[in-house]
Structures are given as structure tokens and as C-alpha cells.
Design a protein around this ligand. Sequence first.
Ligand code: BGC
Length: 286
Amino acid sequence: MENSVQSSYLPSPVMPKCPPQHMLQGQRAIVTGAGSGIGRAIALALGQAGADVVVNYVSGTDTAEEVAAQIRTGGVRALAIRADVSDESQVQDMFRKTIEAFGSVDIVVNNAGLQQDAAFENLTLAQWNKVIGVNLTGQFLCSREAVREFKRRGVIPQVSCAAGKILCISSVHEVIPWAGHVNYAASKGGVMLMMKSLAQEVAPYRIRVNSICPGAIRTPINMEAWGTKEAYEELLKLIPYKRIGEADEIGRAAVWLASDYADYVHGISLFVDGGMTLYPGFETGG
Ligand code: BGC
């Protein structure tokens, strides 16, 4: 491919010597939907690992500003930027502002996502479009801007072995069908093949693309599933590891996957789900 990194006989990159808490020193990240839940935890974790962070949000300016302020207490830069990820010009503006403020961007975490659940026959076109718009088109628009910037800049070895890293926050529902949530499952199934096809396309430019697929994580999106004792007990039937996950656990996975410690990890869906994808119904049946 034109302009791709010369691949023949390149030595393996020299791995970072820095301790894990500085894994992302000097790197610049955008995390979408970072005002709450998993996005907030990822933004905080990247900041703790030494990255400058853009905390993207679409509503809740105060909360997003608080997340940015908390990140800055660690001595790195952080900015809250409002943008609807399903809107092309708002996404482009966000990248422009980030590059103006930080000089470039090295890590893009496509996290913004939502659910609008309904029985299939009642699912409205508006609910379908909203979920696909944010969860899938949003990831496309942010990934495209990321790839443009990563290709423009190329690899800077002092910063990272890669020209850039894209992390798609998908879900166990990229492979587990989910009745009553058809729009959501369709969006995550779309993320899976968008991620893998993009990973194949941009690998020669040393752009790494991967997904994290959380299972049940304690966040506002699924409060119904863990908010009462009865609901929590039902939920545990789906989780071999017999506990709900915490948002910080996704944050730690994101730090590793975005760092040079994972430089040879490309095009994967990393399930962080306590075994939810192990078909727990078959523990006894089958
Ligand atoms: C959904 C949660 C759900 C989890 C496991 C996530 O992608 O957003 O609502 O609890 O998958 O089913």
C-alpha cells in the first residue's frame, strides 16, 4: 500500500521501559461518552497512565468538566469537549479542537453508546436510527477522523510504536443475540465487522484497531439488571464468574490495549465479561 510503513525486515519495535503507571506517557487521547459510566472510567484510567485526555460528552457539561478536572489533578492535560458523535461536523470540530490543544491525537476510544429497548414489533424507526446513529455511525465517524490524523502524522517512536490506536467499545452483544434489544445488538454486531475490516485495512500504516466487549458492568445503562437483589440474582445466572463487573476494570483493559505493551494485538475483540460469552446455560444442560 502507498505510504504504508516499509514492512520488509523491519525489526520488532523496542518495547517501552516505563513502569505500567506511565504506560501512556506523552500520548493524547479522545474518549467519547466520557461523562459517566465506562467512558468516564476509561478517561480517568488513561489520564492516570499519563495520557492527556479529551472528555467528550453530549449532555451534562458540569459532570464532564468534573471528570476533566479530576484527570488534571494527576498532572496531565484534560479538556471536556461537547460533540454528538453521530454528527459529522461536530465530530470533525472535536478533532480540530483536540489537535489545536494537544498537537495531535494518538488514541481514540469509541465509547459513546446507548440503548433504546423495545419489543421488536414496537421498535420505532426513530429508536432504530438513534441507536445505530450513536453506537455504529458514531464509531465510524470518529474512527475515520482518527485514521486521517494517524496517517497524516505517522509513527513517532518516542511516543508509541504505532501511528495510532483505535479502541471500539463494543459489547458481549456483538456475538450474543438479545431479544428486546435488536437495535442495540445490531449496532454492536456492526461494530465488530467495522472494527475487523478497518483493522485489516490500516494495519500496514501501523494503526492498531481493537475492541473491548464488556459484559454486565455496573453503570447507569443497566441499573435494572443489578439495582435490586432479585434482579442481581437473575443476572448472576448469566455470569460464570458470579459477580458484576466494575467500570474500572474496563478502564484497565483499555490502558493495556492502547499501550505499546499490546503492540502486537490487532483486530481482536477482548471480552471482559466474567465468562458471559461461555454459554453458562450449558453448565448443566446440553
Ligand atoms: C449492555 C448492558 C448489559 C450487558 C450484558 C451491555 O452491552 O449495555 O445493558 O447488561 O451488555 O448483557
